[in-house]
Write a protein that binds this ligand. Structure first.
Ligand code: FES
Length: 322
């Protein structure tokens, strides 16, 4: 469950590309939205009751409305299909507060944004922010064809037109070369941001790592992939609350979130798959077995935080900041 739910109204719908629709929403109470940073996402509850995470893709400085875009997935379990088929102008929805695991790096000398398909959405809000900052940036947009590329009306006009490079119909076997070309002239303090299908992001990371350190490469996933198995994982472990010393056992069939709920400690959750970061808790001691898809490499290496919906523990006791 997640706190801070807002009731909103859909003010406008736009077909942005083949199978991609954008939703412009405003608060039902008429108040402005809270400020957010580019790269943030929100939880949206569709009329079917299914909650999904969608990046905000409008201008972060516009507080009267928020915009998100949804690709209708053929294999939808009801989230994207419901938003496409059951929402009209005037429909009321529930959304969560913005959360951001995909922030622009303040100190970068250059920003290289590389998106594919619906992965353009967080990069578009970054582009708004970078234009305002007069920062040096390029937005590379890969799509199957122009008809599959969202927001082209916006991206091909000022102020974005001088920053965008489109790559339509690049075949899998040519992707590595295309990405190497995008990144060839990256300067030493450049940061790379990518969002799109998992194999595409993996290719971007591989190409970027030839030139840049791992902490200069940022990505956002919206779908969980199968968690890697790891022999060092313990079958059961204890979670201890730092504030009271109370301990609860987490067995093989239970998540940390469920174990904590059994002793009355409710942790906010949303995706339940390790992609959204809602359930992150600081780790006081112990070594987490990270099974999420949202922490940065630095966060994983420091073992200072854990996503409690999917991650486990390598050490017999994990002390959490609760
Ligand atoms: S609830 Fe989304 S990462 Fe745990």
């Amino acid at each position: 469950m997640q706190a801070h739910i807002l009731k909103v109204r859909v003010d406008a719908l736009r077909e942005e590309a083949h199978g991609v629709r954008s939703f412009s929403i405003s608060r039902l109470d008429g108040l402005p939205f809270e400020r957010y940073e580019a790269g943030a996402h929100i939880d949206v509850t569709s009329p079917s009751g299914i909650v999904r995470q969608y990046s905000l893709c409008g201008d972060p400085e516009c507080l009267e409305s928020q915009i998100f875009a949804v690709k209708k997935e053929d294999a939808s379990r009801g989230g994207s299909r419901s938003l496409h088929e059951e929402v009209m102008v005037g429909t009321e929805l529930s959304v969560g507060a913005p959360r951001n695991l995909f922030k622009l790096e303040e100190d970068a000398s250059e920003h290289i944004l590389i998106g594919a398909g619906i992965g353009i959405t967080p990069l578009l809000s970054m582009a708004y922010q970078l234009v305002k900052r007069q920062a040096r940036f390029t937005l590379h947009y890969f799509a199957r064809s122009e008809a599959h590329a969202a927001f082209m009306n916006l991206l091909t006009r000022a102020p974005f037109d001088q920053h965008i490079k489109v790559h339509f119909g690049v075949q899998r076997e040519h992707l590595e070369d295309a990405l190497d070309t995008c990144l060839r002239e990256a300067n030493a303090n450049a940061h790379v941001y990518t969002c799109g299908p998992a194999p595409f992001m993996d290719a971007v990371v591989e190409s970027a790592q030839k030139r840049l350190p791992a902490d200069a490469i940022h990505l956002e996933r919206f779908k969980a992939e199968p968690a890697p198995s790891n022999d060092t994982q313990l079958d059961t472990f204890d979670v201890q609350l730092a504030s009271s010393g109370q301990t609860v056992r987490v067995d093989t069939k239970t998540s940390i979130v469920e174990a904590l709920a059994s002793i009355g400690i409710e942790v906010d959750t949303s995706c339940g798959e390790g992609v959204c970061g809602t359930c992150m808790i600081d780790v006081v001691s112990g070594e987490p077995e990270h099974r999420d898809h949202c922490l940065s490499k630095a966060e994983r290496a420091s073992n200072s935080v854990i996503c409690c919906c999917v991650s486990r523990s390598k050490s017999p006791v994990l002390v959490l900041d609760l």
